[in-house]
Ligand binder design. Structure first.
Ligand code: HPA
Ligand code: ZN
Length: 324
């Protein structure tokens, strides 16, 4: 199999976390912003654990200061996606870094990102995302600006950040605002915290997709709930291994979850931080876990079914994964 050429759908990709290191260094040089401590001597992002990863991520975001910067970032990231065979992608992006919750500013950022995405060969949608460790009040601000701009490429609302902070219930109001606006809902859970975190997220945020969710494997009753309720997991194996949640693909639960009937999809999360890309993910699943073209078609159909897009786009893209 030529892994880069297999058509792919990616549902879990952070726009800021996908920024190529060279792109961030270039912007930092243009603006005279210090990136001391962000990169190592090989030019890759430096972090040692999950909390440090989030801190480096936020430091790198300090160079992204204008709508034009974000437009350039969308172009760079979607070009990279296309080179790995991705034909449909949903990008998490944090309005906190796009004007801090000011609606007028956010609309300018969104316009620049939309223009860049529409000019790219990849069909893209945006999932504005609140950052859990910024707290529930800021999450409501993020939900409000997202709801105000729902439509166009803005089709979902999500939550990332430090899963150990606050409880899912604290964010219920923000997710209610987004649900009311007709947006698809997704939240990180079951990545650095266990099954209880996934359960609370389903109970209080009522999302159709869980970012990661892999630690649901620790609780068979939760696994059954995911199957019964048709919850889709955005699994990012390379990210989980890089963060030390599982030692390697053999120890990763993606195949076990799938065999239990849980709907799984495959994404990269923050590729340069985790030294991965969609080609490497597919190659790993094939070489370490024996996944075949049929398996890849199946997970991509699952992803298109769960995608936050209109049905015309869904059927058009679904046709690429019918195994012909
Ligand atoms: N987990 C939680 N929050 C994040 C991540 C992640 O992997 N990437 C960017 N924000
Ligand atoms: Zn993520």
């Amino acid at each position: 199999m030529n892994f880069s050429e297999i058509p792919k759908t990616e549902l879990h990709l952070h726009l800021e976390g996908a920024a190529p290191p060279a792109f961030i260094r270039q912007l930092a040089a243009e603006k005279g912003v210090s990136m001391d401590g962000v990169f190592d001597e090989n030019g890759t992002y430096v972090w040692g654990n999950f909390v440090e990863f989030l801190a480096t991520y936020e430091r790198a975001c300090e160079v992204l200061k204008s709508p034009e910067d974000f437009g350039r970032l969308v172009t760079a990231v979607l070009e990279e996606q296309a080179s790995h065979g991705v034909i449909y992608t949903e990008m998490f992006l944090a309005p906190d870094f796009c004007g801090g919750g000011d609606l007028v500013a956010w609309k300018e950022y969104l316009a620049a990102m939309t223009e860049a995405a529409l000019a790219s060969p990849v069909e893209a949608r945006f999932i504005p995302t609140c950052v859990r460790h910024f707290g529930p009040e800021q999450a409501r601000v993020t939900a409000r600006v997202t709801a105000e701009t729902a439509g166009g490429l803005v089709t979902g609302f999500g939550m990332g950040g430090d899963e150990s902070q606050f409880s899912a219930a604290d964010f219920a109001y923000a997710f209610d605002i987004a649900r009311e606006a007709g947006l698809g809902l997704a939240s990180h859970a079951g990545e650095v915290e266990g099954a209880d975190s996934v359960r609370e997220t389903l109970d209080h945020l009522r999302v159709s997709r869980i970012g990661h969710g892999v630690r649901a494997i620790e609780d068979p009753a939760l696994g059954k709930r995911l199957v019964d309720e048709g919850v889709v997991l955005e699994v990012c194996p390379g990210s989980n291994i890089s963060l030390g949640i599982f030692a390697d693909l053999q120890a990763h639960p993606i195949s076990a979850l799938r065999e239990a009937g849980v709907q799984v999809t495959v994404s990269t999360d923050d590729p340069p931080y985790f030294h991965t890309d969609m080609t490497a993910e597919y190659r790993g699943l094939s070489e370490s876990l024996g996944w075949t073209q049929d398996d890849f078609n199946a997970i991509n159909r699952t992803a298109m079914q769960a995608a936050f897009c209109d049905d015309v786009t869904r059927s058009k893209l679904m046709a690429k994964f019918n195994g012909a």
